[in-house]
Design a protein. Sequence first.
Length: 78
Amino acid sequence: MSVELVEVTKTFGRVVAVDRVSVKVERGEFLTFLGPSGCGKTTTLRIIAGLELPDYGRVVIDGEDVTYLPPYKRDTAM
């Protein structure tokens, strides 16, 4: 499975939790998100899993845009 985030942005009110994140993780690769509390790590994972919707950008899994698919229709877990 490959996962790609394209310019993903998420805000909560005036707080920018995720700011234009773009990353592609190919099948077999391993990626970690490392950063201080409140920098958007969990929010980014929730967006990939479909538990949060981005305000802007796309989530692509195996070449398919799944940005607006509900969690139960994605092959992901958190």
